[in-house]
Design a protein around this ligand. Structure first.
Ligand code: H2U
Ligand code: ZN
Length: 345
């Protein structure tokens, strides 16, 4: 191909409409294979002090039910409220708008000591079912234009509680990332008559070099334009605009894909791998959005070990995100890992 694998270059992210700087010559240093002490978490299956465990009382005095799979509740400290007034303000360059919505917490399992990486695929499928239910319920509301489902995992990502859980923030307006992805996918769809991410997946499948996993329904890959060292995307193999369009077997396929990538992540540095992950899918503003393809992004901060993270600072904060390890090298590293969790067996 080109000399891109040896020399600085920038790659375009067509989904976000921005560039990433890649400096592969800096990654030539041989890999030290640094191994940290495996942080074997000594956690109980039920923690009486955890506000997400079954039967426990949350900070505001409400009691969790004796749930056996997933459990959803309204966030007691929600960033969005349903009754925020729809006022707007404009004075020259100063512009503001009332924003309403709601926030929920989803416990993935009653087991305090598990994570997606250590859950059975059948139990992850219950989490997928819960996400779909929430997306449909919240998306049907006239005051909700967008449903953001995500998981913030690990203390390094500011997650306050190891109990496996995710969140939903549902808002009237599109968040920035969803707005950009709608614009780029719409422009591509209008020009080519085919969804951007379906075309992208076809290209990646033809090349194969960044693909980590695939089953009948989904593909996990390191995107060509990845910013975070071990960033990945989960893409459906057919045109699915939002999660309720998945068949029953595609829900299981998604659960299997999530299991696969989270196990490999944990195995990479023998640690409970931190990340922010979440789903982007079509807005719930009542329009068709045929340009949209649902997908998940994993944004993990770790660079070299269980403790060495990448910092988005300096040039990256003021200019363009930059990486040394190429996305292809990251894919090779992740592909070489075992499918069995390092703590299993
Ligand atoms: P993290 O994923 O950032 O740790 O957040 C957990 C959420 O749980 C957080 O948004 C909520 C916090 O507001 N929470 C409750 O709703 N009730 C509680 O009793 C504690 C935490
Ligand atoms: Zn717990």
């Amino acid at each position: 191909m080109s000399t891109f694998s040896d020399h600085p270059h920038r790659r375009y992210n067509p989904l976000q409409g921005e560039w990433v700087l890649v400096s592969p010559h800096r990654a030539k240093r041989p890999w030290q294979g640094q191994v940290e002490d495996a942080d074997v978490p000594e956690m109980p299956a039920h923690d009486p002090d955890c506000y997400l465990c079954a039967r426990n009382t949350r900070i505001n005095g409400k009691k969790n039910p004796d749930y056996s799979h997933t459990f959803v509740f309204d966030n007691d400290f929600a960033a969005l409220t349903e009754d925020a007034p729809q006022e707007s303000f404009r004075d020259g360059l100063l512009m503001a708008e009332g924003e309403s919505g709601l926030c929920r917490v989803i416990c993935f399992s009653p087991r305090h000591d598990l994570t997606l990486a250590r859950m059975e695929v059948s139990d992850i499928a219950r989490v997928v079912d819960t996400w779909v239910e929430q997306y449909v319920e919240l998306g049907a509301r006239p005051d909700i234009g967008h449903v953001q489902i995500f998981e913030n995992r690990g203390a390094m990502m500011g997650c306050s509680n190891p109990h496996p859980h995710g969140q939903i923030w549902a808002s009237r307006n599109l968040p920035n990332a969803a707005e950009r992805e709608t614009q780029t996918q719409t422009a591509y769809f209008e020009q080519h008559g085919t969804p951007l991410l379906m075309a992208y997946l076809k290209q990646e499948q033809a090349l194969g070099e960044r693909i980590l996993f695939e089953n009948d329904g989904f593909v996990v890959l390191v995107p060509y334009w990845a910013v975070w060292p071990f960033e990945t995307m989960v893409l459906p193999k057919r045109h699915i605009r939002s999660m309720e369009e998945m068949t029953a077997s595609e829900r299981t396929d998604l659960a299997e894909a999530l299991s696969h990538i989270t196990i490999r992540y944990d195995n990479l540095f023998s640690t409970s791998f931190p990340y922010s992950m979440g789903f982007h899918q079509r807005p719930t503003d009542g329009k068709d959005h045929d340009e949209w393809v649902m997908h998940a992004h994993f944004y993990p901060p770790l660079l070299r070990s269980a403790t060495v993270k990448k910092f988005m600072v300096g040039f990256e904060l003021l200019g363009t995100p930059q990486r040394d390890l190429t996305p292809e090298q990251a894919a090779d590293r992740l592909r070489a890992l075992s499918d069995t969790h390092y703590l299993a067996g």
